[in-house]
Design a protein around this ligand. Sequence first.
Ligand SMILES: Nc1nc2c(ncn2[C@@H]2O[C@H](COP(=O)(O)OP(=O)(O)OP(=O)(O)O)[C@@H](O)[C@H]2O)c(=O)[nH]1
Ligand SMILES: [Mg+2]
Length: 238
Amino acid sequence: MKIFVVTPTFNEKKNIKELIEKINLANDKIDILVVDDNSPDGTHEIVNNLKNKYKNLHLLKRLEKGGLGSAYIAGMKYALNHNADLIIQMDADMSHDPASINDLIEKSKNFDLVIGSRYISGINVVNWPFHRLIISYGANLYSRIVTGLPIKDATGGYKCWKRKVLENINIDSIESQGYSFQIEMSYRAWIKKYKICEIPIIFIDRTVGQSKMNKEIMIEAFFMIPKLRLLKLLGKFK
Ligand SMILES: Nc1nc2c(ncn2[C@@H]2O[C@H](COP(=O)(O)OP(=O)(O)OP(=O)(O)O)[C@@H](O)[C@H]2O)c(=O)[nH]1
Ligand SMILES: [Mg+2]
């Protein structure tokens, strides 16, 4: 079984080494792909140096910042081209605990998409300012009501995909970049009736580096969520 962890980076020089070390501590049988958008802080140079130590480490360096969604798509295609059976996506800012990787893999035996969820057993968020929690929780509620997608944490980015799902949801046609990228991907899998489950994770707010969350990402999600519902009604995801 070949497993890839795909993690997008933009200016994560303070987090990337720890992330790679901790993934390897959790599981050294898996491949790690960092998709870096030519970070001005030199994140890709750190990854390149670490490749000597970690033979399971890959770097996909793109020319410029292209958004989280497109970085993930590029990374997922790379993993598929390298014969991955399972593809795990996670943020590089240490918000997603690498120790949960093995829980995602274990659960994938019975499910096609496993989502690490902040909201499945209470609210498992550490150090988030109250307004961030309200935005995230509200976005999830809005998404659930408008799309009907029965997922408590549809905006979360810690997930494990079976290869066949990514092959069948036409990832090339995904437009979303931010919050709504996570929703759109899971929505397409749900429409295709793949088996989805959520497992609890603890989300810890980044302690170093800068958040890339902004107003545009929220506006995109606000309009993309009803658009997804509409596209489904029009039969565009068949
Ligand atoms: N390659 C690439 N990575 C990106 C881009 N935008 C964000 N990322 C990475 O995607 C992950 C999530 O971004 P964050 O800035 O943590 O965004 P967030 O988790 O929604 O927001 P916070 O909770 O405030 O951290 C991080 O690993 C970022 O470095 C991008 O345009 N290109
Ligand atoms: Mg983050």
